[in-house]
Design a protein around this ligand. Sequence first.
Ligand code: URA
Ligand code: SF4
Length: 345
Amino acid sequence: MVEALREELADLTASVRAFLEWHAATGADGLPGHPSALHEALGASSPDGGPPAPRRAERGFAGLDAPSPPASRGGSDAAFAPPAQRSDAGGASPPQPERRSAAASPPQPEQRSAEAQAARPPVQAQRSPEPSPRPAVSAASAPRATAAQPVTPEERVTRLALLAEEVRTCQKCPLHEGRTHAVFSRGSPLSEIVFVGEGPGAEEDLQGEPFVGPAGQLLDKMIAAMGYPRDGVYICNIVKCRPPQNRKPEPAEMATCSPYLASQLALIKPKVIVALGATAVQGLIGTTEGITKLRGTWKLYKGTIPIMPTFHPAYLLRQPSAKREVWSDLKEVMRHLGKSAPDRG
Ligand code: URA
Ligand code: SF4
């Protein structure tokens, strides 16, 4: 009994630390030990998984986040251009506090598949869902995005590696012209959760890995706060090559690249997709609604995989007060996965 409590406490302490680091990483630091933040973290970890007391959370975030974020944080990396260029900001308008309540549970595939089908991007209806195999090596092994047959973990890893190789040399859309590296993924192909962003930024293009710039560092804090190791989750993007000046990818570019993402998701079959920003949601289900409206409400990918839309971490760098909503969305994800956030790994 005492042992169990001790373990609980150790877990909780680690999660609170990760949570506070996440706060500190946004530029609203200097108050890592701020009692309100601690309260938020503790409130969020109630064992029944119930929602945190809103007033307390509000105070905590307000205390940490006022005044405005340092402009240098969001703007220091070319990967995170101002909202005018970067579409993942979800618009300039701040999130509506009353929208933070998430649906109690994700839609069930059988209930919502018709809607999800209807919401599919046009490309899905017109194109084959698998990537048109280019290199001979992947022709036989290209996974079918809709295939129902089980794939062993070894096969999964092999097929993803083949797909990554195909993407490395892909020239199917004009974005290949400006890239240094195509950016396929990072993290575990065995993950139950997949984070989907918009497209590589400057740092990602240089390193060939998604989310390694400032937004990526914040994403890492979010992942840690959820109790996952950095590489315990799978992370990828809608388009695999960096759009010039970090502009939003064109619908045609997203459509051309989408079979790769479809194959990644078909192979990994995650229990949840976290869509980071409006472009990610658009690339996944075709909706053009703003992220402020979409976030916190479950959607469904291809009638099967629950999607939780939330703000892009690049937006949080500019608007740290929106962390409150993101944390609420991530806790909803944890609840769906049967984990009490944030005190479980
Ligand atoms: N923003 C994204 O959407 N994806 C990345 O990989 C990096 C920044
Ligand atoms: Fe190919 Fe996608 Fe890169 Fe376009 S963005 S060249 S489709 S990998």
